[in-house]
Design a protein around this ligand. Structure first.
Ligand code: 4AD
Ligand code: MG
Length: 465
């Protein structure tokens, strides 16, 4: 008999199978019943819902029934019938049950319902078997798919930037070193420094913090590209919004100026949220009901409303006029903290905000300088409950200005000669941005901790699983 995934038993045309024999495989969520009948709820991960299996106790071996405990994996064949119980339209009357794998109730940690997210984080390897994490990770998949679909439909090419790199793309010095040198016995140069010439690549290398710089080379050849891959930051930030390993989507477009960049980012993010609302409603409804009953409303609001656009300078004026007691005082030149971003978005505008024209001192070296000599064509998108979800800019396409800026921030132009070739040969205005994938997922799922939207989170002092 062919196996059916449980998702197919919740589709509109399930009625066609009523009265027929079906076979399902999955993990036991609950078992209840009495002397005569057992009700077993089975989930196979294909959808948030469980299928109910009804087993006539007299028909099955006692030992077998005893071993049907939460977490055990079963293969069940039987007749699909209309269900009289509420919550499901069909159920399966079991004719045969095979146990693939037991789960000892004494030791299987996911017994009772309603474990805290903190507890589940300690057993992150098992949490995908809960309703919450099933919903979150199906949404994660759907968003990844929608990202590729959006770009493919809009003429972008998927471009692969390297993960191992010799350049610090953000110039922030927060990189994880990659080396095969013997830590116990490091080779030294004549002046006592570590001799990286002896290392695997013959120079110092690290895990990338961003695929942007190589992305720019792609854009200056193929026109419109995007990267979508893991990035790594050795930043000691223990916050609900930072990971040491996170995924980033970085589109980069030749001939786009800042305004085009903003339009693309707004359209892109609205498309993704609209896609989730259209295709993932059963998971979103579950999360809305369990964790955050304004989730659906918030998602719809973002799709339906224009983002506010304003300059950094205007944001500072609003924050100063707010009379709020911020932990970090506000003045022109300061880097905005999450408390400032959230005030603007949640209290003042009550709407996503695109902030542009930041002071050059608080932004990366590659951003295009404005004529005022003080600001750059940066663009951050700030979201309710999240703060910064996108960071991007128009890029400095003038090689002299770029080299001068590199000098000012202590980057040796000769170390990035390959990057400068984009400006040396056929330079052009171009722009791009980076969307933090997990920050997007925080917004779409309504989860409040970024460690709960990636299967195996990496953060300071934690690399288990
Ligand atoms: O603002 P960031 O640092 O910008 C860049 O990396 C640029 N190279 C992007 C570009 O222009 N191509 O990072 C971009 C986004 C942030 O807005 C945030 O959403 C996310 O990446 N992000 C993080 N997400 C999780 N954990 C962290 N530690 C993050 N750091 C940044
Ligand atoms: Mg940023």
């Amino acid at each position: 008999m062919t196996r059916k995934e449980i998702v197919t038993l919740f589709s509109d045309d399930v009625k066609e199978f009523v009265g027929k024999d079906v076979c399902i495989k999955g993990w036991v969520r609950t078992k209840r019943g009495n002397k005569n009948v057992a009700f077993i709820a089975i989930n196979d991960g294909s959808i948030i819902h469980n299928i109910q299996v009804v087993a006539d106790v007299a028909k099955f071996d006692e030992d077998l029934l005893r071993n049907i405990t939460t977490g055990a994996c079963l293969c069940i064949c039987g007749k699909l019938v209309e269900s009289l119980g509420k919550g499901q339209s069909v159920e399966i009357v079991a004719e045969s049950i095979e146990i693939y794998g037991n789960a000892n109730p004494e030791t299987y940690p996911l017994q009772k319902k309603g474990h805290s997210l903190e507890f589940l984080r300690e057993i992150a390897h098992l949490r995908p078997r809960t309703n919450t994490f099933g919903a979150v990770f199906r949404l994660r998949h759907a968003m990844a798919f929608a990202i590729h679909k959006y770009f493919n439909d809009n003429g972008f090419f998927y471009w692969h930037s390297p993960l191992i790199t010799a350049s610090d793309a953000e110039g922030a010095g927060e990189m994880f070193r990659v080396t095969t040198l013997d830590m116990e016995n490091l080779p030294k140069t004549a002046d006592g420094k570590i001799d990286f010439a002896e290392d695997f690549f013959g120079k110092e290398t690290s895990l990338t913090v961003s695929g942007q710089l190589e992305g720019e080379l792609g854009a200056m050849a193929l026109g419109k590209i995007y990267t979508f891959g893991p990035t790594f930051r050795a930043e000691n930030s223990n916050t609900p919004r930072h990971l040491s390993e996170f995924w980033m989507i970085e589109p980069e477009m030749a001939f786009y100026e800042l305004e085009d960049n903003m339009n693309l980012a707004e359209d892109f993010i609205k498309y993704l949220i609209g896609y989730a609302l259209e295709h993932c409603m059963s998971d979103i409804e579950f999360l809305n009901n369990m964790y955050d009953n304004s989730l659906i409303e918030r998602l719809r609001f973002v799709v339906e409303n224009q983002f506010v656009r304003l300059r950094y300078e205007q944001a500072i004026e609003i924050l100063k006029a707010s009379k709020q007691k911020f932990e970090f005082p506000v003045d022109w030149g300061v880097d905005l903290q999450s408390e400032h971003e959230r005030y603007l978005v949640e209290k003042h505008f009550k709407c996503p905000v695109i902030l542009i024209d930041y002071p050059k001192e608080i932004k990366a070296f590659y951003m295009k300088q404005n004529d005022d000599g003080k600001t750059v064509k940066a663009m951050d998108i700030l979201f309710p409950t999240i703060g910064e979800i996108i960071g991007g800019s128009q890029r400095e396409d003038n090689i002299d200005k770029l080299i001068t800026r590199m000098g000012e921030v202590g980057i040796k132009p000769e170390d990035m000669d390959w990057y400068l070739d984009t400006r040396r040969f056929g330079s052009a205005p171009h722009s791009g941005f980076g969307l933090g994938f997990e920050r997007l997922l925080l917004f779409v799922t309504g989860m409040s901790n970024i460690r709960d939207v990636i299967p195996f989170p990496r953060f300071p002092k934690n690399a288990t699983f």
